[in-house]
Design a protein around this ligand. Sequence first.
Ligand code: PLP
Length: 387
Amino acid sequence: MTAKAGSIYLDYNATARVRPEAAQAIAHALEIGGNPSSVHAAGRAARALMEAARNEVAALIAAPASTVVFTSGGTEANALALESAVAAGSKRLIISAIEHDSLQETARVQGLAVEVLPVQADGVADLAWLAERLARWDAGDGKPFVALMLANNETGVIQPVAEAAALVRAADGWLHVDAVQAAGKIAVDSRGLGADTLAISAHKIGGPQGVGALTFGPRATLSRRQHGGGHERGRRGGTENVPGIAGFGAAAKVAGEALADFAAQAGWRDAAAQRLKAAGSVVMGEGAPRLANTLSIATPGFPADLQVMGLDLAGVMVSAGSACSSGKVKTSHVLSAMGQGELAACGIRVSGGWGTTETDWSRFVEAWFEAHARHAARHAPVAAGVA
Ligand code: PLP
């Protein structure tokens, strides 16, 4: 991404800036060319690149490489997991209230009963609810399918996935974990967490858009998503996106190596939050464990769209709630689920990443205060009754 000179990009949770290592790997794969299913030299070279990338991606999430299926992104990985569980007999789905639209919508169109796993005011899933619900599961509904993400895209709140996995396993269910935002930001151990399926996406870790992966554990059977040749061990037909996968692998390698650096973002993020809080802003999920890079902050009386536009004018790029595909700003279902009511319409998400500096966070704060002052001046009560 070539951001305008002097502009500040703080929207990594929407799409991280592409890491140079990923860009190089993509260019190299394009030069090699070749179809990984071809037996000649170019084909073998393309396959070697793809399998090396599979190993890197698998290492990032501590999964056996043989269980990593490449997809077109996090959305498809989530859909593959949910649809596989339905094909395996789940007739009732439990989806957490803060899941990404890709899971909510895929669940909705199945024509099955969908229940919402609620979150508490701090954005953490209510596991007491889950335990109680699974305890009275009706065997006629098949195996329970539960979707609980590892870290939320808007608030960065990290979910108690291992604890949820223990509950789901005791009920002989299937736990799907959307780790799209967590991967590359915190250590992700897909097997240690007890996930039956776990999804990640390249463009959230500094790789290209349009490529992701799903890993599956021994209790999950994946159904065939796209028919065609025997690609991806027969699980997803279609010639693989070799350049994208190569970029994904390179990004996964660097992201894994840089996990410790990533944690430094928390200090910069919290310093920025303190300054906005002095102006009456409220940090979402502040008391819960959160990703180091993510700040979800709402300011009463200062609508999210005006904040985003005001900051954009100053060259600072953030988003309102989750970046939705239409580009329109809508009230965040995540903040609403946290019981934030009207404040949900006043929340912005500021998210740094591998290229972010402390200065970027300070420049965001300065630009925000300027935008806030302009908004306050426009909405100041007009003095009445002056003769
Ligand atoms: N899951 C989460 C938590 C996300 O934040 C996103 C992207 O915004 C997705 C899934 C979808 O990933 P992709 O854009 O690769 O389809």
